[in-house]
Design a protein around this ligand. Structure first.
Ligand code: G4P
Length: 287
């Protein structure tokens, strides 16, 4: 078993990278505010530091999405970390629309000075022009639908904007510039690739499942041993990866003919349980 995930294996769309960067840079000046969507289970691995450098002179609101799947205490620690570094943040569940109704108010507070200035000039209040950035699968489309209250609709070109731009109205509060908004994660650390794979941000066929499950089980053993005991009856003093796989296989009846363990099914069970919250809220990034 090769436990190494190499950068080569997980750098899967460099072409998009350059296109996204160019588009973001070009359109940034039209924005009142940039929303960065992070995965609440991995608020560090799902942030691309290069993007932060590009957008940092704009007002930024960080949305920690999939809060329902995260370990609340750890998520709160990460939110404090970002806050200490000057970023406004809000945890949300775009799927069940938890806290999504607070986004506008939070965004207004981030650009309060600009709004006050406009008001003092007698300008009418208008929707906040924004851009939603995030790695694949983090929930951008789900959030866009939640904010629009219905299926998002494209509006015509804006007067005063020289180049034709497609704006999408999100309810009466926001206008979104029609960009793909897709970022790529940065794999500075091997753990980042694993965290993205375990949570499903990287497709399952990119990294060998055995590798991902090995990482996941040892991680769970270190941070959530009681949950492994409760869910799979993995004894607290069992640390061996293969023994743990066998235990899960036996307990869940993932067996081939002749009672051998069906490892492919075991990998599937582990990853499905992690992603569906069958092991409770989990946070993978740690300080
Ligand atoms: P993207 O545009 O950024 O690529 O992501 P998208 O909205 O397509 O969301 C990816 C998956 O994440 C979807 O699940 C979506 O339902 C789910 N999702 C988005 N926000 C949340 C959230 O806050 N909590 C949870 N638990 N899930 C969320 P899917 O399995 O691809 O589709 P489906 O579940 O909608 O069928």
């Amino acid at each position: 078993m090769d436990k190494k995930v190499t950068e080569k294996q997980i750098q899967w769309y460099p072409g998009h990278m350059f296109k996204s960067i160019r588009e973001i840079k070009e359109k940034l000046k039209l924005m009142d505010l940039v929303m960065i969507l992070l995965d609440a289970r991995l608020p560090l691995s799902s942030m691309n530091p290069d993007i932060l450098k590009i957008v940092k002179h704009k007002p930024i609101l960080i949305l920690f999405n999939k809060m329902d799947l995260a370990d609340t205490n750890i998520l709160n620690e990460h939110m404090s970390y970002y806050e200490k570094n000057g970023f406004a943040g809000l945890k949300i569940d775009a799927q069940s629309q938890i806290n999504t109704n607070k986004i506008h108010e939070k965004a207004q507070s981030v650009i309060k000075e600009k709004l006050d200035r406009n008001k003092s000039k007698g300008l009418l209040e208008r929707p906040i022009r924004t851009m939603i950035l995030g790695i694949p699968n983090v929930g951008k489309s789900t959030l866009i639908n939640a904010l629009s209250g219905k299926k998002a609709t494209k509006t015509g070109n804006k007067p005063g904007v020289t180049k034709a731009q497609q704006w999408i109205k999100l309810g009466s509060n926001f206008e979104l510039l029609d960009t793909p908004g897709v970022l790529w994660p940065k794999f500075g650390d091997r753990k980042v690739g694993y965290h993205l794979a375990v949570t499903g941000a990287i497709k399952d066929d990119i990294i060998p499942m055995d590798d991902v499950c090995h990482y996941a089980l040892l991680f769970l053993k270190e941070y959530y041993p009681k949950r492994l005991l409760d869910k799979y009856e993995i004894p607290l003093d069992m640390y061996d990866y293969l023994e743990m796989l066998d235990q899960i296989g036996k307990q869940r009846g993932a067996l081939l003919k002749g009672a051998e363990i069906d490892y492919d099914r075991v990998y599937h069970i582990i990853l499905t349980d992690i992603r569906n919250k069958a092991l409770g809220g989990l946070s993978f990034d740690r300080f």
